[in-house]
Design a protein around this ligand. Sequence first.
Ligand code: ACO
Length: 401
Amino acid sequence: ALDIGKLYRDTGCFTYDPGFMSTASCRSAITYIDGDAGVLMYRGYPIEQLAKQSSYLEVAYLLLHGELPNQAQFDAFDNEVTHHSMMHESIRHFLRGFHHDAHPMAMVCASIASLSAFYHDKIDIENPEHRRLAAVRLIAKMPTIAAACYRYSVGWPMRFPRNNLEYCTRFLHMMFEVPSEPLELSPTAAKALDLLFILHADHEQNASTSTVRLVGSTGANPYASVAAGIAALWGPAHGGANEAVLKMLEEIGDAKHVDSVVAKAKDKNSGFRLMGFGHRIYKNYDPRAAIIREMTHKVLADLGVSDPLLDVALELERVALKDDYFVERKLYPNVDFYSGLIYKALNIPKEMFTVMFAIARTSGWIAHWIEQHETADTKIGRPRQVYTGAAKRDYRPITTR
Ligand code: ACO
């Protein structure tokens, strides 16, 4: 491969690549995507097989360790994650400082960053065991913190993690208010959530993972690095799209309005895009969207939920996929297009959708953070720029300007 570093040192040449359309920032053995063929694999395992046969915690182990665990390894990992699921009481006090209507993403981002204050001194990022423990802590505490942030935002007292429940059921139990609420411990709900978490667990060098790596490249601790990833995820061009999709579907309201919305999305002057459509890498159907689309029907049927917004979504997809504008640009539904309908069916409010994504992506972020610290040729991330500002000029005292 061309040694860009040497080329730069020898000639001073560098590339201008806004949005990093054609720049690989690292080597990684975690996730493989073939965007033209619509293929996604974690550590060589096709996403379809993992979605069908695995569980989120098993996938988290796979992303971190490179291999699927045997039963003993899985039990040990599950046990460790379970026993790190409590959050420090001070974080609860910390949450009280937020305004009552703060967006849960703001609270989660700040709370995860605050973990640095609790564990920073105990982290030697050169020590593999310290890195591994940070991964366990993040995967374990993220659902507890997320549920606590949600409950704070609606004024409910926090619920402690129940260690006799498995990962997703434990999260649903912490989220909801009424102990007898049918969804809370429903196997269908937990299974659906687990599947969404598997599909969102990693996606190679997306904006948030690249952010985690960029921050990590400075030697920052894992909690600060992951908090930066959460901030990057929040934007509507990335993980914030799932919340934006549901708002869009609610605004459309009825399948009969779909044509005008598609026309608006094609009009560059409207400033409007179809949320949940298009992807930097996939120029084919996003394989995760294909799985979620399929499961949306099943989950809604199993939960006995009938949601007219599903008809709006299906019609939107049907109209867009036969429209030349979307066909020519290879714009297909992405992972966020249908996920919100499932979260909604699980009674999860739309302000929490991107938080759900963040819970799932935590395993991917921290796997990349660990991989970068295990890679010998990791350098500080430091892009160049093409300067477009003023030429050299002389300073003038304020009285003469
Ligand atoms: N609706 C309408 N037009 C679109 C859309 C859309 N959703 N997405 C892209 N386009 C158009 C662009 O206007 C552009 O048209 P042009 O060539 O005539 O100028 C062309 O398709 C290419 O789009 P870019 O913005 O250059 O593609 P890029 O790879 O930079 O952006 C992105 C990808 C950000 C995902 C974009 O498709 C988008 O904004 N989608 C909507 C938001 C969304 O769903 N984000 C979630 C992505 S998945 C994830 O992060 C988990």
